[in-house]
Design a protein around this ligand. Structure first.
Ligand SMILES: Nc1ncnc2c1ncn2[C@@H]1O[C@H](COP(=O)(O)OP(=O)(O)OP(=O)(O)O)[C@@H](O)[C@H]1O
Length: 215
């Protein structure tokens, strides 16, 4: 089983998040809530801060101001608990080239208590399970990274351009996976520059920020 058992009233709250990268204010007071079963599409021009926002929500960097709450509690109070409730798909597919697909994903399956074979089946990679990751195509690596998201059995999915490199059949499968996660009560926050198979999403468009700050 690779769908997360979810509490019915989970809630992610983003309160006026600001992030400075280099000398630029990249995110300026971003605020929204996300509830069970909801999906939000993050759009905006290159450099607007979409990946930065996902990485901040994933706990990979801290906001310079503002707060992230889960069920009313600041996630900064228990970063381990927050890490366990989310699955982050970044631009890198993070596969060890010398290990087979199964070997790459086995630890995630064990930690998530999830079914590796089922996850590979859902992204149509079962026939390639024993292949070294270095032999996978770009789209197959992306599908493997999506399988890793499934295996984490986490309620909150943070997906940075999830359809990157996927062919039409794989995009259709992605749509099924996203719909099943929402139907199970999961939340999805996804960046994209193209249409995603995600019906009735909420939208957040980040503007291009050019503000220079004095350090
Ligand atoms: N390590 C870093 N140090 C300084 N600035 C950075 C760093 N990483 C990213 N930036 C800057 O932060 C801004 C936001 O980058 P980010 O990757 O979040 O944008 P994005 O909206 O995801 O862009 P894209 O659509 O191209 O993926 C950009 O101006 C970028 O140059």
């Amino acid at each position: 089983m690779v769908n997360a058992p979810l509490r019915p009233n989970a809630r992610l709250q983003i309160r006026d998040i600001s992030v400075i990268r280099g000398e630029r204010l990249v995110l300026d007071g971003v605020a929204f809530d996300l509830h069970n079963g909801e999906a939000m599409l993050l759009t905006g021009p290159n450099g607007a801060g979409k990946s930065t926002l996902l990485r901040t929500l994933a706990g990979l960097r801290q906001p310079d101001s503002g707060e992230i709450l889960w069920d009313g509690q600041p996630v900064s109070q228990d970063r381990t608990a927050h890490a366990l409730r989310l699955a982050y798909l970044g631009h890198q597919d993070a596969l060890k080239p010398g290990l087979s697909l199964v070997e790459n994903l086995a630890i995630t399956a064990r930690l998530g208590g999830t079914d590796l074979e089922e996850a590979l089946e859902r992204v149509d990679l079962l026939p390639l399970a024993e292949l070294p990751a270095r032999l996978l195509s770009a789209g197959q690596k992306r599908r493997a990274a999506i399988a890793r998201v499934l295996l984490q059995a986490a309620p909150l999915w943070l997906l940075d351009e999830p359809s990157l490199g996927l062919d039409a059949a794989a995009i259709e499968r992605l749509g099924i996976i996203l719909a099943q996660h929402r139907a199970a009560g999961g939340m999805i926050l996804a960046t994209t520059h193209v249409d995603l198979p995600l019906p009735n999403p909420r939208h957040l468009t980040l503007p291009a920020l050019e503000t220079e700050i004095m350090l």
